[in-house]
Design a protein. Structure first.
Length: 178
């Protein structure tokens, strides 16, 4: 895994072989962040990375200037990996929560600027996740929400949908709250 740009740019980390997450590819992540940088200034933002997996998205946000990123991951192996990278980078901006991403988003009381969610594609209730996030107190006017999903899903009818981006087998639905 590598961090693409920013203060930690070009840093590489060996992902343990026993991680069960499906990491967002470097190609897809780089292209997504190119799109997001045209929508939001990362300097000083607060963000949430739900279903954080390897933490690549969280670390990319911090590397590009986010003031606080909360990574939520319940799998012990992934959680420990993100924690290890945080310590190696001495990354105070990254907060890691070991727990259920959906329960976490329902508990958030303060809105953030950016939410990224990459649930397991075969997760029960996957289709309800975008509405759950969009209806939470974690979003407010100007918040951006990105959902990573397979090509079999279409969230374009949900409020705030602005575009879908496809990079290989990775699909991102992007929402802006107005």
């Amino acid at each position: 895994m590598r961090i693409i740009r920013g203060k930690y740019g070009r840093r590489r980390f060996d992902v343990p072989g026993n991680i069960s997450a499906r990491p967002t590819t470097d190609f897809a992540r780089e292209n997504l962040f190119n799109v997001l940088e045209n929508m939001i200034d990362f300097d000083g933002i607060n963000a949430i990375d739900l279903f954080a997996g390897t933490g690549a998205i969280s670390l990319e946000m911090v590397s590009r200037g986010a003031a606080k990123v909360t990574a939520v991951e319940k799998a012990p192996t992934q959680f420990r990996f993100i924690e290890k990278i945080k310590q190696q980078l001495n990354c105070a901006e990254l907060q890691i929560i070991k727990g259920d991403a959906l329960k976490f988003i329902q508990s958030v009381q303060t809105p953030v600027n950016l939410i990224f969610a990459d649930p397991p594609y075969d997760m029960d209730g996957f289709d309800e996740i975008p509405s759950l996030i969009l209806g939470s107190k974690a979003v407010t006017n100007g918040s951006i929400v990105v959902i990573e999903h397979s090509k079999n899903r279409d969230f374009s009818s949900l409020p705030g949908f602005i575009e879908k981006r496809v990079y290989g087998s990775v699909n991102f639905s992007i929402f802006r709250i107005d």
